[in-house]
Design a protein around this ligand. Structure first.
Ligand code: DCP
Ligand code: MG
Length: 690
């Protein structure tokens, strides 16, 4: 089916597949060993250390093709060296390096049998995904060109030919295309931008103006698709299937027309991408920027040809961390290689992450308009020059509270959980949240809670503050308890300052944050299986068995027959059966599924996650996860049947994990809410009982 991939021709010949896998699947990773982009390698570069210093600033945006990358890299390196930002980059890079190394170690454990096994899984999944391909829809992604800068130029036309940045010396939000020729780009500190382009003109931000023009563009989108999906002030997805059919015109024609209409309405240029799904439409809108469009026909061959050579970083949801892991561990630079390495991806990542990678490499993406989108949160944030002056910090907080309250009033929203986001002068990101007993909306109520959160952190020097309200009234029951901590959170969470991520629909007004280009700008918000948040904050990735398990569990409820494909049940030395049979009443083992066995040597009988036998530690953790889950369930039911063996093992394993990674020490939650017992409180509780 895919002539360019290693899968074709090899399927059905296991021996060949194994040879292929073992020789070339690992090749790229080994070849690149020691040449990862991380800071360590800076010293390897001798007198040209900047060559391996890759930050968001050196990552090209549209309009930066002709830029002298080495010059930009050198200046960015020289200007940041020794700064707090630089130190923070080192910290993040060390984390990524560690992640890459551990994944390599994992990969090396895979046996020929493992590869053969996962090759079959990957082939089957690829066939299923291919069968689900929907070419019936035509999506258009619209993206304004250098949006803030273009709006500023409207009011001051002489800026048109000049290099222009919107923002300040500490941070710029965007640059016009003239400035981009010098390597100046969004999320870059203004002082570095000025060094790159000494004639650069700075204009401060004016969000009222940007919102006004954004609303004008939305009026245009509305005419083409009343259910259009706006993902930021300047971007939207528009389903043009009906209008193309109704008028008997092509997507190309509609894109031309829509861009002209935007121009007439606003005086601003935009770019568009037209494709069979949203993921591809977004990639396409960037191709002929500025003031251009690119059309990808609704044709499987055309899609595959397009996607095969596409660099992975172009895909929404693949940011710096994911890109580096895929490149440095698996040698994956483009989607063709991603497809070729699908067995390894299936072996090393959770089901949903592997699925995401496979779908991407087949050029699949969202095609349906979600019917109902309830707002889950509303937030705003401000970047400013680092300060520890409390009066300034509280003043900023008050402004944020006021603006959040205004926005909530506009949508008649009342919320219960307020999250304060802080970025310290040393670029450490913290989020702190509290839930109020009543639903709040007024500035005073919001500020009251926000002040409590901030005071608990002071004294502190900060460069960014943000407030987010969630748990809105009338949200469904499932989302009522913000303090609910799942087992997955427990096993996956890093230190308490890790940035919190969510698949909620956000409305972040200010998005000046170099660290989060993977989160807040992951515009295809309906692709729910984005594998990494790429926040660059140390977090566990989806390799974590517990997370994989949860993902898989969701999946398994949709596909109950998954296990039926295998008819052989093998036991492994890591069976939980010892624990369950000795400590659990027989009545509780009515269902085979309660007993953890490794079906066909790979598949967990409880959640159906697949873990190779050679992954002994991961399997042990996985078993521990199920033990903890079961104990928690029983605690829910009010049962007192404490299983001493299970508990001891869980506690031991928790202790082991904490000893291995002290950063993972968890603070117990002080209060439980509703009937939910957070897992870490649970451990505290059970140890008290004993
Ligand atoms: N923005 C921001 N901080 C960032 C990136 C962008 O505040 N790190 C703001 C300024 C941009 C607007 O969001 O004008 C839209 O972002 P885009 O990524 O679409 O960038 P532009 O519209 O400026 O340029 P392009 O022509 O590449 O779309
Ligand atoms: Mg734009």
């Amino acid at each position: 089916m895919y002539p360019n991939t290693a899968l074709s021709g090899l399927s059905g010949n296991p021996q060949m597949m194994v040879l292929y896998n073992l020789s070339s699947l690992f090749l790229a990773g080994d070849e690149k060993k020691g040449k990862t982009f991380v800071m360590d390698s800076i010293s390897d570069e001798g007198d040209q250390p900047w060559q391996s210093y890759h930050t968001v600033f050196t990552n090209a945006k549209a309009g930066m093709d002709g830029v002298d990358k080495e010059k930009v890299q050198k200046i960015v390196y020289e200007m940041s060296k020794g700064s707090k930002f630089f130190v923070n980059e080192q910290r993040k890079d060390a984390y990524i390096k560690q992640k890459i190394e551990s994944l390599r170690v994992q990969c090396a454990k895979l046996t020929e049998n493992d590869i053969f096994h996962f090759q079959k899984i990957a082939d089957r999944r690829i066939s299923e995904l291919e069968a689900s391909r929907d070419l019936s829809q035509i999506w258009l992604h619209s993206d304004m060109d250098a949006f803030y800068a273009a709006v500023e130029t409207l009011g001051n036309p002489q800026l048109k030919e000049m290099p222009l940045a919107v923002g300040s010396m500490s941070m710029i939000c965007t640059a016009n295309y003239e400035a981009r020729k010098y390597g100046v780009r969004a999320a870059m500190p203004g002082f570095i931008a000025r060094k790159l382009c000494p004639d650069l003109i700075f204009v401060p931000t004016n969000f009222e103006k940007y919102t006004y023009y954004s609303e004008l563009t939305r009026k245009v989108f509305q005419k083409y698709d009343p259910c259009f999906i706006a993902t930021s002030l300047d971007e939207a997805y528009i389903n043009i299937t009906k209008i193309c059919l109704k008028r008997g015109v092509s997507g190309d024609k509609i894109a031309e027309e829509l861009r002209s209409a935007i121009y007439e309405e606003t005086g601003l240029t935009s770019s568009a991408g037209v494709a069979p799904n949203r993921l591809l439409a977004k990639v396409c809108s960037d191709i002929n920027k500025p003031n251009g469009q690119y059309i990808l026909p609704n044709d499987q061959k055309a899609v595959m040809a397009f996607i095969m050579s596409l660099p992975i970083r172009k895909i929404g949801g693949i940011g710096k961390v994911t890109e580096n892991i895929l490149k440095d561990v698996f040698g994956i630079n483009n989607c063709e290689q991603m497809l070729q390495k699908s067995p390894l991806l299936c072996a090393m990542f959770s089901h949903s992450s592997a699925d995401f990678f496979l779908s991407v490499s087949l050029g699949l993406g969202g095609t349906n308009t979600p019917q109902f989108r309830s707002r889950k949160s509303m937030s705003n944030e401000r970047t400013f020059s680092a300060t520890d002056k409390e009066s300034l910090l509280f003043q900023n907080l008050e402004e944020l509270a006021e603006s959040l309250s205004d926005d909530m009033q506009k949508e008649s929203l009342y919320g219960r959980t307020l999250t304060l986001k802080l970025k310290t002068a040393t670029f450490e990101v913290r989020t702190r949240a509290l839930s109020t007993t009543k639903y709040i909306q007024s500035k005073d109520d919001i500020l009251n809670s926000a002040v409590k959160l901030l005071k608990a952190e002071l004294p502190l020097s900060l460069r960014l503050m943000g407030l987010r309200m969630s748990q809105f009234q009338d949200n469904n029951r499932a989302s009522l308890d913000t303090r609910q901590k799942t087992l997955t959170n427990y096993f996956c969470s890093g230190n308490s300052t890790a940035h919190s991520t969510t698949s909620e629909i956000h409305d972040d007004k200010v998005m000046v944050d170099s660290e989060y280009d993977g989160i807040f700008f992951s515009n295809d918000i309906f692709n729910s299986h984005i594998p990494y948040d790429d926040s660059n904050e140390p977090r566990e990735t989806s390799m974590n068995s517990a997370e994989a398990c949860t993902n898989q569990k969701k999946e398994s409820s949709e596909k109950p027959n998954n296990l039926n494909e295998t008819n052989e049940v093998q036991t492994s030395p890591l069976l939980m059966s010892d624990d369950t049979t000795t400590s659990t009443a027989p009545s509780k083992l009515k269902e085979q599924k309660e007993l953890l066995v490794w079906v066909n040597d790979y598949i967990c009988s409880i959640c159906e996650i697949q873990l190779p036998p050679s992954f002994t530690r991961e399997r042990q953790e996985h078993v521990d996860y199920h033990i903890a889950e079961r104990l928690q369930n029983e605690e829910f039911k009010g049962g007192n049947s404490t299983h001493s063996i299970c508990l001891d093992r869980s506690r031991e394993s928790r202790k082991r994990r904490v000893e291995e990674n002290p950063l993972k020490k968890r603070k117990s939650l002080s209060k439980n809410s509703n009937n939910y017992i957070p897992i870490d409180s649970f451990f505290v509780k059970t140890s008290k009982n004993n």
